[in-house]
Design a protein around this ligand. Structure first.
Ligand code: ADP
Ligand code: ADP
Ligand code: SF4
Length: 603
């Protein structure tokens, strides 16, 4: 018996009419006559085949795992819970279902951050904290009640919050993770959506700060993802409630928009007794924004643990190091590290393209772009940074030949594999069918190691493209792009909706792919940590978004970061213990000193 292991059966996948109960036939305890894997009996819907149940008391645990191997539909997970986890779950959805350990602690006047993977129970935790669901403390057979939950948390920082919740004194506003879905739920213009939320009389201020005035009279389904993100932020922050939950604030926003969003959330907390809870995977922004931090870990889909609050600095450092000190828990075999000094100019490959000075205008009074000529080399990863609407896609279109420059001539036309910022792959087609239509390498051991594994595609191969979550869709789109045969791989915001772990994995997949194939990648992203981990050199765009942009030639990292961050007026210092870059408080001593020395990043 191993009571410290859990069995999770995904009932959407378990299809006994198509497998003859292989799991049950091979389970060692079953073979000796014990009732380890049994049938659910009357629980199954009428007419449906009888799905399985696994006894966690009898199961031998992860080291056996025979049923996991035997199940043709990947419906079973057997997981040994870490010994260090000595508490009972706060909530378990049912027998052989997901369990959540621990809850985040909203604090009045504070911004509480959550850092960790997707699928680990954040929404479950927020349902509980919003009072929409009563946690059952793992006892899914009886009636759940709030008094028991309060008993459990008596004497902790969560007690006050829970008491208010029980007394009906907590109202919640939340910003959903996937803003792209808002147009499916709401018809009408931006103004109509926002006016319904103006409970504090601060809507005008938010609309101006977030620069959404120009789209106020547009239908919701016509605005871009970046605009929707800011509309959703305004709609949430305009409400007058006690507890605000913001599930990812940065996707599709450029750095100054991210800084603005962070400042507005900060202002709400400072305003008094509002509690702000933010899930965020852009670590530079999370670091800047949060007062305290909960790290989450576990096995997506099986169990999730929310740690007690940590200081933001320690929380992020521990998370990156892969080891949580207080919990005595290793959450990843290796650490994630940053280079403190600009990487030395890498030995360059052959030039892929040498391009001249160019100019492109979309017409009288419309956006125009000046390109300063430069060279892009084979086998390099070129980071591309600059605000939204500054001409990055316009330049990409000139490289592909889809747009002709008005001045300057590009004699080579490059074959470009392009992953757009907004991914529209909504065909009712399975992921495996879609990817195998792109490359005949699909399923080869090389393709599996280089692409499927780092992008965690195994678990979603059989799903339909239109059922994927935003993060899953992103991973499929990156895989599709890298699977093409091309001279240049151009990825626009691959970090969007990926958690930190997945960002690091995607980064190394892109790097490894370019190195092994003498290919070149240009990666547009607004997550500074990702750009730092990813790039050999940097291409900086500056100017006035939507009016005029200039593309500077690719340059080495130090000079590139300095140009880019000087334009934004942001400096980074290094965390003393880990060397991790951290945004300086504007006007702080370090900020002023670094600006004087012209060292914005690798100081
Ligand atoms: P996150 O917000 O971190 O992505 P969720 O809290 O939405 O995660 O879900 C965590 C896990 O709980 C998922 O694996 C999900 O399938 C499972 N889950 C969510 N709701 C239910 C439910 N009503 N019954 C059973 N399992 C559920
Ligand atoms: P980025 O990729 O940096 O976000 P883009 O190159 O997509 O910027 O766009 C730069 C500016 O050009 C934006 O203001 C955009 O609205 C405008 N623009 C893009 N395509 C066209 C077009 N076909 N006609 C007129 N304006 C355009
Ligand atoms: Fe049986 Fe547990 Fe082994 Fe699965 S892991 S075959 S349920 S003993």
């Amino acid at each position: 018996m191993s009571s410290d292991s859990i069995a999770v059966v995904d009932l959407d996948r378990c299809q006994p009419d198509r497998c003859n109960y292989e799991c049950q036939n091979f389970c060692p305890p079953n073979r000796t006559g014990k009732e380890c894997i049994t049938l659910r009996g009357e629980e199954a819907d009428e007419g449906d085949p009888d799905q399985i149940h696994i006894s966690e008391e009898i199961c031998l645990g992860e080291s056996c795992g025979i049923c996991v191997e035997k199940c043709p539909f990947d419906a079973i997970e057997i997981i040994n819970l870490p010994n260090e986890l000595d508490e009972e779950p706060v909530h378990r959805y049912g027998d052989n279902a997901f369990s959540l350990y621990g809850l985040p602690t909203p604090e009045p006047g504070k911004v509480t951050g959550i850092l960790g993977p997707n699928g680990i129970g954040k929404s479950t935790a927020v349902h509980a904290l919003a009072g929409e669901m009563t946690p059952n403390l793992g006892e899914f057979e009886g009636e759940a009640d709030w008094e028991s939950v309060l008993d459990r948390y008596r004497g902790t920082e969560l007690q006050n919050y829970l008491q208010k919740l029980i007394d009906g004194e907590v109202e919640v506003a939340r910003k959903p993770q996937y803003v792209d879905q808002i147009p499916n739920q709401f018809d009408g213009e931006v103004r109509q959506l926002l006016e319904r939320t103006d409970e504090r009389g601060e809507l005008d201020y938010l609309v101006d700060e977030l620069s959404i005035r120009p789209v106020m009279d547009q239908p919701i389904d016509s605005v871009s993802g970046g605009e929707l993100q800011r509309v959703a932020l305004a709609a949430t922050l305009a409400r007058d409630v006690d507890f605000y939950f913001l599930d990812e604030i940065t996707p599709y926003l450029d750095i100054s928009q991210r800084m603005t969003a962070a400042r507005l959330i900060r202002e709400m907390a400072d305003d008094g007794d509002r509690s702000m809870l933010v899930v965020e995977h852009d670590l530079a922004i999370l670091d800047l924004l949060a007062d305290t931090l909960h790290v989450t870990y576990g096995e997506p889909g099986a169990y999730g643990v929310v740690t007690d609050p940590k200081s933001v600095r320690n929380g992020i450092n521990e998370y990156l190091s892969g080891y949580l000190d207080n919990e005595n828990m290793r959450i990843r075999p290796e650490e994630i590290t940053f280079e403190e000094h600009a990487p030395r100019a890498a030995t360059k490959g052959q030039p892929l393209v040498e391009y001249p000075d160019m100019h492109k205008s979309y017409g009288e009074g419309e956006f125009s772009l000046d390109v300063e000529g430069g060279t892009i080399y084979e086998s390099e990863v070129l980071g591309v940074v600059g605000p939204n609407g500054i001409g990055k896609s316009t330049l990409a279109k000139m490289f592909t030949g889809a747009l002709e420059p008005d001045e300057g001539e590009l004699d080579t036309q490059l074959d470009i594999a392009y992953k757009p910022q907004y991914i529209e792959i909504d065909q009712p087609m399975r992921v495996d069918a879609f990817l195998s239509s792109i490359t005949d390498q699909f399923g080869s051991s090389y393709w599996n190691t280089e692409i499927a594994q780092p992008l965690q595609l195994e678990g979603i191969m059989e799903q339909n493209l239109d059922d994927l979550s935003g993060g899953e869709r992103q991973r499929v789109a990156i895989a599709a792009c890298l699977s093409e045969d091309a001279d240049l791989y151009l990825l626009d915001e691959p970090s969007a909706h990926l958690d930190v772990e997945q960002r690091v994995q995607a980064t190394s997949a892109i790097r490894r792919y370019t190195e092994n194939h003498d290919a070149t990648a240009m990666v547009i992203d607004h997550d500074i940590y990702m750009i730092d981990l990813l790039s050999d050199r940097l291409m900086v765009f500056d100017g006035e978004p939507a009016e005029h942009g200039t593309a500077r030639p690719p340059q080495e990292m130090r000079a590139g970061m300095n140009d880019f961050l000087a334009d934004l007026d942001i400096t980074f210092r290094r965390d003393e213990r880990t060397g991790r870059p951290r945004i300086n408080k504007p006007g702080s001593q370090k900020d002023r000193e670094q600006k004087r020395n012209g060292e914005y990043y690798y100081s």
